[in-house]
Design a protein around this ligand. Structure first.
Ligand SMILES: [Zn+2]
Length: 111
């Protein structure tokens, strides 16, 4: 799993963690297990990426996906040039409008 896939997973688990904390406030075991999974995933993400992720996450999402040339977080269309640079790895995988990490449909992560 590449760092972007890990970030997606982290975000997903953090959401589950948040929700389970609201739903069952007495089930500490479950949340402990989730937190452990999150921490393990974080270890595999370079610190620089993790910092950006945490920073943009304050406004909502840390990572999102591209759908039909648009960012699913801010719904702005991503210029074709940016998309192709992200896909071929010459640009950082970030939305040019809202700066969250973006997992584009044409991007495949090397393991
Ligand atoms: Zn965006």
């Amino acid at each position: 799993m590449g760092p972007l896939s890990k970030l997606l997973k982290i975000q997903e688990l953090e959401l589950v963690l948040k929700e389970s904390a609201i739903v069952h406030s007495d089930k500490d075991l479950e949340t402990d297990e989730l937190q452990k999974q999150i921490d393990t995933l974080k270890e595999g993400v370079p610190e620089r990426l993790m910092k950006h992720f945490d920073r943009v996450k304050k406004n909502g999402l840390g990572i999102t996906q591209e759908l039909d040339g648009r960012c699913k977080a801010c719904h702005m269309s991503i210029p074709v040039g940016n998309l192709s640079r992200i896909n071929n790895g010459s640009d950082e995988p970030k939305c040019p409008s809202c700066h969250v990490f973006i997992f584009t449909s044409g991007f495949t992560e090397e393991n």
